[in-house]
Design a protein around this ligand. Sequence first.
Ligand SMILES: C[S@@+](CC[C@H](N)C(=O)[O-])C[C@H]1O[C@@H](n2cnc3c(N)ncnc32)[C@H](O)[C@@H]1O
Length: 257
Amino acid sequence: MKSLLRRAYFAMLKRLGGAAVRNPRFIAAFAAPGIQEPMVTEGFVLTRLTRYPLSRPRLDFSDTPYDYVRIGSLQAVAARMLAAEVPGSVAEIGVFRGAFARHISAAFPDRTFYLFDTFDGFPDADIELDKRLGYRPWEQDFSGTSVEEVLGRLPHPERCVVRKGYFPETAAGIDDRFAFVSVDADLSKPIYDALAFCYPRLSPGGCIFVHDYDNHRYQGVKQSVDRYIDEQGVSAAFPLPDEGGTLVLQKAHGGRR
Ligand SMILES: C[S@@+](CC[C@H](N)C(=O)[O-])C[C@H]1O[C@@H](n2cnc3c(N)ncnc32)[C@H](O)[C@@H]1O
């Protein structure tokens, strides 16, 4: 009986927590200026609500729920790279509506930011290729976006260079180095092409985040990253426990690959 009551009590707490998190008054009450990016998934919020006393530092829940681990990692990596003055531009390959690009722009306000996307969803040929290779890609529709929408979302649109169209064709003529790149194109061909283009141009100390490396819905990502690492070698590769399973590649200092 006691454990039944206990379970009912915790179920009620969770329900109340979920409702509160979606309530604008709750969001406003907990918004704390100065804490940049809360980005919590609902599960994470619930954990906090039930396990942490309210006297803990307050998180700002005012932004859309998004991947806290990936964004926090970007911010930590960016702070370290800026302190070490790692030279180069930044880029994202696979932008869609700019949800992550917004954070890259904020984290690297003074760097040139290349945005690569069709802005019209997956190229048919790349989807067909992954199907033929047996990767069973998740055919999500990423067509509902536009360059204007994305630029309107970024804090520093004046630093952006938009390359709309099929990657890697859209990379032609770019003679630049990179400090940070987010590769989020989901399918095996653009992932491999992105690494082949970006890694040789990555500054020592620079990082590439490859999203969906550990995502069973896009099995071609892991295949391409592993193939690139086997063929070309990279200095360091380590995973993040974020949604989608990002793999971070970092280039070492001192002339090593
Ligand atoms: C998962 S979405 C990107 C999500 C985005 N990073 C975000 O923060 O929401 C994948 C994107 O990759 C783009 N993409 C995939 N293959 C591409 C290619 N070969 N050339 C250009 N864009 C491509 C798609 O158009 C789509 O917008």
